[in-house]
Ligand binder design. Sequence first.
Ligand SMILES: Cc1ncc(COP(=O)(O)O)c(C=O)c1O
Ligand SMILES: N[C@@H](CCCC[NH3+])C(=O)O
Length: 418
Amino acid sequence: MDQFNYQNQILFAEQQPLNKVAQEFGTPCYVYSRAAIERQYHAFADAAAKHPASLVCYAVKANSNLAILNLLAKQGSGFDIVSAGELRRVIAAGGDPAKVVFSGVAKTADEMRFALDLGIKCFNVESSAELEQLQQVASAANKVAPVSIRVNPDIDAKTHPYISTGLKANKFGIDILQAEQIYQTAASYSHIDVVGVDCHIGSQLTEVQPFLDALEKLLKLIEQLSANGIVLQHIDIGGGLGVRYDDETPPSPADYISQVVKRLTDYPHLELVMEPGRAIMANAGVLLTKVEYLKPGSEKNFAIVDAAMNDLIRPALYSAWQNIVPVVLNDSLPSTVYDVVGPVCETGDFLGKDRPLAISQGDLLAVCSAGAYGFTMSSNYNSRPRAAEVLIDGSTMHLIRAREQWQDLWRGEQVLIS
Ligand SMILES: Cc1ncc(COP(=O)(O)O)c(C=O)c1O
Ligand SMILES: N[C@@H](CCCC[NH3+])C(=O)O
């Protein structure tokens, strides 16, 4: 097992900084480890480098902090984006547009123009209507759009239904049975250059087999296309590799990618593209929060903390389980079973249920595995300012996003309407 996938590692390795972070920057606060991010990125990149050509396109949606994008860009990473906003972030962080793939089912004409102007690597097209619009936009801009068709291989990713994307019932991609027809159409368009194929079957997958099944279907399609004169330059296997939140045992990135590389031995001309998000970021970050009050009850005891569902929505949205541990272990306190809840006025505002914890008022807790889909899914619900983000780099703490100020919550609003 890749030790770094163990959810508490950042905490135990860097416990001292967590106290210091809270003192200096307050709570709630996201805290990330530079070493962990770089290590996870290289786990993918190094395994993929055994194939003649490869590119890791980090999925920006997992964590789009500019400092983190910059770290990854400096390691050579490309980026998987789903909006012009994410593309702007990649550029602002020093990312190379030529290493950007653009996913998403609803790219607007404006977004297409913007990405074409910047010269991105590829549009991952998800419908024939989108393909048609891209042809029109590219033609009007006198540019040629590089295109991959995102196929939906109808594979059960065996993950939470909200984060499964590769079934016919999901809105994503083009039915693999219709794919060849769409490739022929794409090849006939004047301002489209067909360069690849991609798929993404879901997130938090803990087995390799569904990935390998999808790969098999893609390779079959590639063979069929090539027999009909359409030769692709890259295969993009998407993201989706799971992490250990609790007792899951996902394969390591090296394990998973090595199996893919092995299967691609007979396809040395095909560049291997990957879009991992969670597997790079989740266990590289924690959400630091303070116990405001302990509230004992006859049925439930509540540990009321200063982080809430607006800061980390995964428990409320997917009933996701993330470990919650005290930053300083106190053996002299009795352990009590708590629901760890936040200040938001919703019954669904919890970070964890039925957690045995030895804690007192004022203690710091770390919600583990919070580096992916934590801050990026946060909101201002209940007019709560968004948390700060801090990057630990050896003994240095970098404030990479200051806690939102109250005035930010109404910036840009018009108060008086005549
Ligand atoms: C198209 C696409 N690529 C990559 C990802 C990243 O997925 P993950 O964070 O599970 O690696 C997602 C999100 O599920 C996605 O929709
Ligand atoms: N946001 C989800 C994953 C969705 C991935 C994006 N397609 C999570 O926190 O698990």
